[in-house]
Design a protein around this ligand. Sequence first.
Ligand code: HEM
Length: 504
Amino acid sequence: MSLADLVLAVVWNLATLPGIAAVLIAGLIYRWLSQNKYKLPPGPPGLPLIGNVLDFRGSTLTKKTLEWKGKYGDVIHYKMGFRRWVVISSIEALEEAYLQRGHDFASKPHVPSLASFSEDCNNIAFAPYSEALRYRRKVAMQAMRQFLTGSQHTERIHQVVQTAVSNLSAQKGSFDPHRFFSHVIFNLIHDLCFGYTLDVDDPNYVRLLSIFDNSNLQLVSFWEDAFPILLYWPTRRFQEATRIVEETRAYIKKHIDQRQKQFREDKLENLIDNIFLAQKVVVEGEDETLKAGFTDLHTRNIIRDIFFAGIATSRQTLDWIFLVLAANQKAQNKIHEEIDKATGGAVPGREHRTDLVYTETVIMEVMRLYPVVPMGLPHETMCDTQVGGYDVPAKTVILVNQYAIMRDPRHWDNPEVFKPERFLEENGTKVRTRLQSWIPFSIGPRNCIGEFLARQNLLYSVVGLLQQLHFDLAPENPQPDMTPEDTWFDLRPRPYKLVVTRRA
Ligand code: HEM
C-alpha cells in the first residue's frame, strides 16, 4: 500500500466509522421504538443482542418453556439473538392461533439448520406457506392414501410384523428391543416409499438407524440458528450435521433416480411413482406458480419428508407403547383378550378395527402422555397478529408446548395417570373421536399430513406383535425410569430392556 493509499484509508475510516456507528445506533433505536408499539406476551428478561440464549444452558426447549409457563402464563415470549419466539401452552390459545387465525400462523421460519435439511426449505415441513406448498401437501396425502386403501397395506404390515416376531422371539433373556421396534416402522415406510424392505442387520438399516438415533441431537444446530452470521464460520456440529444431511440425501436420490428410469404412468408401484405422476400433471398444466413450486427439487424433498417424518416419529411412539405395556401387565392382558376375541387368530385387518377399541385407546393414551414431537415444529407468523390478548408481530417464531397441553389439569382428569378409558365414549364401546386437547399431530393448516398412515401403522403393528408375543420388563430392572429423555426436539424413552415370550 502506498503512502497516499494509507492516508486515504485513514481519512475514509475516520469519516465512515462514526457514520456506521450512527446508522447502527439509529437502527437499534428504531427497533426498540417499533417493538414498543406491541403489547407482547410476558416472558423472561433477556440480554442485549443474545436475548435468552443462555437460559437454555443445561435445559431443553420443553423443560424451559414449561418452567416459563408456570411463571408467565399460557402464552410467553422470549428472544434468541434478534429473533422473537412465542410459545403457546394452552388449547384455547392454540385453537385461536392455528384454527381461527390459521393463515396468520401458517408459515415457517427460515432457520439455517432447517434450510440445510430441506435444500433451502423446498420441502413440506419447513416451507413457507404458499399455494404451491398447499398443493404439495395435497399431493403427498393423496399419494399416501393410494397405498392405504385396500387390503394390500395391512398385508404388507403383516409381513413386516412377522419378521419382527421372529427377530424378537429369537432373543434370549432380557435385551434392548429398540432396534427391532424401529425396524418395524422403518420397513413400513421404506416399503411405502421405495417398494422393498431391509433386514435388521443390513448395513444401510444399521447406518440409517444410527443417524435417526442421533439426528435430533446432531441435526438441530443451535448457535447458527440464533446467529446466522456464524454460517461463515460454522461450528463443528453444524458441519457434521451438513455431512449427515448430504449422506441421507444421497440415499433418497439413489432410489429416486432408479425409479425415474422405470416409471410407467399405467403401473404405479410405490409412493415415488405416485408423486412423479402428480408432478407430471403439474408440468403439463398451465399454472406457472404450481410448476415453479413442484420441480424435481420439490419431489425429492417431499419423499425425504415422508421418509424422515414417517420413521422418526412412529418408531419412538412404538418404543413408548411397549414400555408402557410391559409396565402395565393388566392393560397388556386386556389387549391380548381383545385381540384374540376380535381376530380369532386371523391376520389383523380393517374388518377387525371396530373391535379393537381398547387397543386404540391405549395407543392414544401413550401419545398423550409421551408426545414424541413435544414442541411441534416451528411456525412463523405471516403478518402482525394476536393470540391470548397479546400482539404477535410478523415473522415471530411460534412453538406449541404439546406436552403441557396434553397434561393440562384444566382439561384432563388426573393427567399424570395412565388411563386409556378416558378415550372411550360414554357407553364404552367406541373411541371418542373429538377430543379437543388431544393434539399429538397438531391442528390447523400445517398439521401432520401423516396422521392417517401413522395411526394405521401403529395399530396394526401393535396388534400383530401382541397377537403372538408377550412383553415383560427385565427382571433386573422391574421399575424402569419412565421420565422421558428430552432431547432438543423429541421425547424418547430412556433405554430399557424387555423379556419377550411367544404366547401359547
Ligand atoms: C406418531 C406419528 C407422528 C406424529 C406424532 C407426528 C406429529 C407431527 C407434528 C406435531 C407435526 C407438526 C405440525 C405443525 O407444525 O403444526 C407434524 C408435521 C408433519 N408430519 Fe407428522 N407425525 C407423525 C407421523 C408422520 C408420518 C407417518 C408422516 C408421513 C408419512 C408425517 C409427515 C409430516 C409432515 C410432512 C409434516 C409437516 C406438515 C407441514 O408443515 O405442512 N408425520 N407431524
